[in-house]
Write a new protein. Structure first.
Length: 300
């Protein structure tokens, strides 16, 4: 099943000359998302990739889950670990630097089974939100530690990246950058409008540098996305906002990101028409022996 299969279905059961009908709602839960470490691109070995997903309320995605996400439109020119120790990435629009083993054909690229010490990004799968993600702000906004304290004061904690992705999939829409638990800064857009990602949908990520590396400095000020196991908490602000709820003007488009994820930088010293040069990981494809992910311990 794919996320796009969610909806209302009419079922008809026939038994002899009798038949009965009913309408049921099908909800396909879960979302695959690309995850990059705080420091730079391609820094996670297999074990650290597994842990990165766990730390973000997710598990490392399986090839089947990545394929289903691709079938739903997922396009990301970043090689990432999967649960079977393979490294893959989904491409709908083949382009220079993102051809992989399929050349100019669309599909999920694969480098085969890789040595666990090699480093890439990772694809995680978050299944269901066991609580509620909500947005908070205040006059002057928050530095990272202040955001942690603000969520704690409301009986919550900073949301993880996986929790924000699930909240976005469930319809969360907020055109304001906010801190998350891993010190990243992101914001979810589920309603198309020009001043929030150029009419594109997705979870936006703020990076410190235009080449999509390093999270913002912890002293920079943003809003916050909190998570509570309670489901009766609504988004709110401590004081009236003195700035419009739109994304910063210093926008950099990442054409190859999942679900049209975009990145923005903290400075407007120069304008880039493209955030970074998309390029797949360079390596020969090799085949290793059979592998069972669950039998491997996590080690640094």
């Amino acid at each position: 099943l794919q996320s796009s299969d969610s909806g209302m279905y009419r079922c008809e059961v026939m038994h002899g000359i009798e038949d009965s009908q009913d309408v049921i709602e099908l909800v396909v839960k879960g979302i695959v998302f690309h995850y990059r470490a705080i420091s730079s691109r391609y820094t996670l070995n297999f074990y650290k990739a597994q842990q990165a997903c766990i730390d973000n309320t997710a598990t490392i995605a399986t090839p089947g889950q990545l394929q289903a996400a691709y079938d739903d439109g997922f396009d990301q020119c970043d090689a990432g670990w999967l649960a079977d120790q393979t490294v893959r990435y989904p491409i709908h629009k083949p382009r220079v630097g993102c051809y992989g083993n399929l050349d100019e054909y669309p599909g999920v690229r694969s480098y085969g089974v890789r040595d666990t010490n090699e480093t890439y990004d990772v694809y995680c799968f978050a299944k269901e939100l066991q609580g509620n993600v909500f947005y908070i702000t205040t006059t002057g906004r928050y530095a990272f530690k202040e955001a942690m304290e603000a969520c704690y004061d409301k009986g919550a904690q900073l949301a993880t990246t996986g929790q924000l992705y699930i909240a976005w999939k469930d319809g969360m829409d907020q055109c304001n950058t906010g801190w998350l638990a891993d010190a990243s800064v992101r914001y979810p857009i589920s309603k198309r409008r020009p001043n929030c990602g150029g009419n594109l949908l997705g979870v936006r990520t703020v990076y410190r540098y235009p080449n999509q590396t390093c999270y913002p400095d912890p002293s920079t000020r943003h809003d916050a996305y909190c998570f509570s196991a309670s489901t009766d908490i609504e988004a709110f602000t401590e004081t009236p906002l003195t700035y419009p709820a739109t994304e910063p003007e210093e926008l950099f488009t990442d054409e190859g990101s999942a679900f049209t994820v975009q990145t923005i930088t903290e400075r407007v010293e120069q304008f880039f028409t493209k955030v970074s040069v998309e390029e797949e990981a360079k390596a020969d494809i090799i085949t290793l022996g059979p592998f069972t992910p669950v039998t491997l311990p996590f080690t640094e």
